[in-house]
Design a protein around this ligand. Structure first.
Ligand code: ZN
Length: 457
């Protein structure tokens, strides 16, 4: 295991570290950023965990990574002993929502600075460092996205602004108590282009489209409209992501040039033509398996629902619902639960096929869109579900770090390597042995600063 370090990272790391030390002797040493040395942990490198290692942080960046004892530790550096721990990069969540839910309610009135900063702090508690709010964002999003850049009190906020849905179609305005400034509903290709231009001008990280008629129950964004939106996004250097549910819609948006499928295909098994199209066009696939599972899982009350890791993520009003025996019975007996079980089974089957074929897998949960999609917990559950679809724990973790950083165009996040931002989660156990070990969070480091002891060290 240590061989991997010396062969691939070690030599470079030592050079980079010595260069950094040179800076410390520059004329203004008082202004030099603090150096922190994390000693003795195993490190997830995107493929495996190796170590024990030494990780040197300087200011908000990682300066060097090497086998324990291979790096010179500068005098005066803060040294933290992480023997027996495992370091993983902060999780990068490519599909979630902020400012929609409070307790068991949803609505526009929850899109406030206070609610959103609290939600972003919750994500950080759980090691999620970047949240891509994929649509339903009113104009306050643009302000918060700018203001929160580089902060250390919560996850980074990226997003798609409002996103584009069909007039009278998805996303369901009435069901979620949305208002008109949370989604654009263009009637024509030109209106779609204008909306995308406006979003690009105000600052979005992606363009979101909803292409789903809920089995013909509501109008669907027309092909000429979403084609125009995708084209306009590309003209502005932005990727376009689509909400889809059915294979037919997934195929249509892939053919139209979509960059990201923001959900798994859940109506039927994917076929070879679709798999080939995804591969040829390099389309990202974000399965969001937990989304459907959340419609019945909590009514089953698995034993881990009584553990602090879960309970700390759950709002008291939601907890009361979960504890209500009548709600449990009705939920488990509902038609929705039966449908959701089917959707989960197909989603897992399709994820397995697409992953095995080499399609690019991103990480998303749709947490924050509805009360039962629980920010923080949903992400760790999703990692576990991805392994149920045949991804190894390391591969699932890579999807949630390095690969989702690539999906979002983040060049300095998602890996523990020299020059990267020092966003780290310190675990008590090794997640490559068992993916559920991502829940053993010992500490969280954000931009080179320890920001979380979730519990006493
Ligand atoms: Zn969503």
């Amino acid at each position: 295991m240590a061989r991997r370090f010396s062969a691939r990272v070690g030599a470079l790391a030592v050079l980079v570290f010595h260069a950094a030390q040179g800076c410390a002797h520059a004329p203004t040493p008082a202004a030099a950023p603090p150096v922190v040395v994390l000693e003795g942990a195993r490190v997830f490198d995107g493929e495996a965990t190796t170590g024990p290692a030494t990780v040197v942080l300087e200011g908000e960046r990682i300066r060097a990574v090497g086998p324990r004892g291979s790096l010179q530790v500068p005098a005066g550096a803060q040294v933290v002993d992480y023997s027996g721990k495992t370091l993983i990069p902060g999780l990068i969540l490519a599909h979630a929502h902020v400012g929609i839910v409070s307790g068991v309610e949803t609505g526009r009135r929850f899109y406030t600075r206070e609610n959103i900063t609290r939600q972003l702090a919750r994500y950080l508690d759980y090691g999620v460092m970047t949240v891509n709010s994929l649509g339903l964002n009113p104009p306050l999003f643009y302000t918060l996205r700018r203001e929160l850049k580089g902060h250390t009190t919560g996850a980074d906020l990226l997003g798609a602004g409002p996103g584009l849905g069909a007039p009278m179609g998805l996303p369901p305005a009435r069901g979620m108590n949305l208002e008109d400034d949370q989604v654009v509903r263009p009637e024509t290709p030109e209106a779609a282009r204008e909306a995308v231009r406006d979003m690009a001008g105000q600052g979005v990280d992606m363009v979101k489209l909803w292409v789903d008629s809920m089995k013909g129950g509501v109008p669907k964004l027309r092909p000429e409209v979403y084609r125009a939106a995708i084209d306009e996004a590309h003209r502005h250097g932005l990727r376009a992501a689509a909400h889809i549910h059915d294979l037919e819609d997934a195929k249509a948006v892939v053919e139209a040039g979509i960059d990201v499928l923001a959900h798994g295909v859940r109506d039927q098994p994917v076929d070879d033509a679709f798999i080939q199209a995804m591969k040829t066009r390099g389309v990202w696939y974000i399965p969001t398996v937990n989304l459907d599972e959340a419609n019945y899982l909590y009514a089953e009350h698995p034993a881990w629902m009584d553990e602090p890791f879960f309970r700390a993520a759950v709002d008291p009003a939601l907890q009361r619902r979960f504890d209500d025996p009548q709600w449990q019975r009705e939920t488990l007996a509902s038609e929705g639960a039966a449908k959701a079980r089917k959707a989960v089974a197909i989603n897992l089957q399709n994820l397995r096929a697409l992953h095995q074929a080499g399609v690019k897998i991103g990480f998303g949960t749709d947490s924050g869109a509805l009360p039962q999609r629980i920010p923080g917990f949903a992400e760790h559950r999703e990692l576990e579900l991805m392994t149920q679809a045949g991804l190894t724990p390391a591969r699932a973790l890579r999807a949630a770090t390095r690969d989702s950083a690539e999906l979002l165009g983040l060049k300095s996040q998602g890996a523990i390597a020299p020059g990267m931002v020092a966003d780290l989660v310190v675990l008590d156990s090794d997640p490559v042995q068992d993916i559920r070990n991502t829940r053993d969070i010992h500490a969280v480091w954000r931009r080179g600063v320890q920001v979380r002891p979730l519990r006493a060290p």
